[in-house]
Design a protein around this ligand. Structure first.
Ligand code: UTP
Length: 292
């Protein structure tokens, strides 16, 4: 069986990136030359995804505009002989079909994914968080490896994980691995644990594959103290029901870039800009001068 459907939740308020996100989605912020969502679509396309459902919210319509055809722009670029740019902007030509639904109230990631229930139907699906890029200039194949592990282990959930320094575990969902192999069973997971309570330093890295049974787990999950339905709570429930959850490690060269806070957004932008094949060399020189 191959998995062709992906859900990309992009409805979050992005309060940690205010004022940048006051009137534009954080998922549309540029990293180097492209907005974040474009990296995600390129990654998913490479992994065989054919239908991508964005779970959007108020103020997120620029995401739809970005992937829409723009006849005036196409004509202008064609007349100017900019065929290379034209090619890059024709997303539908990639063979990915874009769909959109709306999370009416921002009640957490679990609630956002629940909006995709009818889209997923009774087939397994990928979830790619809208605020994480995986890999730098070369898109990652982690989703393919997640799908392979999900199928080989007859799992209900496969999660990409990345090793983080112990003093950063409180920023992430953290898993408890049953072994130290590349693909391992997960026996527990905790959302943003205190350092002393963390079951490991393997953090959830924003890419998942789920069986449709996730939806009933989300529905049984209660809202937390902030009024949000947490995805990690729903996965925990699946574990308690005896369902198999596996983790797949991200190799170092397929690092996750989380752009959800300014510190990592700045670092990500600088890293992508400094390594841009066209503008990187000049920028490196400029940075050296600034740092003198
Ligand atoms: P975050 O956990 O970073 O939440 O979302 P957020 O609300 O966007 O950001 P802050 O905490 O206010 O700064 C992770 C991903 O899940 C989506 C976000 O759009 C982001 O891509 N999300 C989050 C939703 O779609 N709906 C939600 O209710 C929450």
């Amino acid at each position: 069986m191959s998995i062709r459907n992906a859900v990309i939740p992009v409805a979050g308020l992005g309060t940690r990136l205010l004022p940048a996100t006051k009137s534009q989605p954080k998922e549309m912020l540029p990293v180097g030359k492209k907005p974040i969502v474009q990296y995600i679509i390129e990654e998913l396309h490479l992994c065989g995804i054919e239908r991508a459902l964005f779970v959007t919210g108020r103020g997120k319509s620029s995401i739809e505009d970005h992937f829409d055809d723009d006849p005036d722009l196409i004509r202008t670029l064609r007349e100017a002989g900019k065929e290379d740019l034209l090619e890059e902007l024709q997303y539908e030509r990639m063979g990915v079909h874009f769909l959109y639904t709306r999370q009416r109230r921002q009640r957490g990631l679990g609630d956002a994914i629940l909006c995709a229930e009818h889209f997923a139907g009774d087939e397994p699906f990928v979830v790619a968080l809208g605020d994480s890029i995986i890999g730098r200039h070369k898109p990652s194949l982690i989703v393919q490896r997640l799908i392979a592990a999900f199928e080989a282990h007859e799992a209900s959930c496969a999660i990409a994980v990345e090793e983080v320094p112990m003093d950063q575990v409180s920023m992430y969902g953290v898993v408890k691995p049953a072994s130290d192999s590349e693909v391992f069973e997960i026996t527990d997971l905790v959302e943003k644990p205190k350092r002393e309570e963390a079951p490991s330093n393997w953090a959830i890295a924003g890419r998942y594959v789920f069986a449709p049974s996730l939806f009933s787990a989300i529905k049984q999950t209660g809202f937390d103290h902030r009024g949000e339905l947490q995805l990690t709570d729903a996965i925990r429930l699946m574990l308690r029901e005896g369902k198999r959850v596996v983790g797949v490690r991200l190799p170092r060269e397929e690092k996750r870039y989380d752009i959800g806070n300014f510190e990592s957004y700045f670092e990500t932008f600088v890293e992508f800009a400094l390594t841009d094949p066209e503008f990187g060399p000049r920028l490196r020189q400029h940075a050296r001068e600034l740092l003198k």
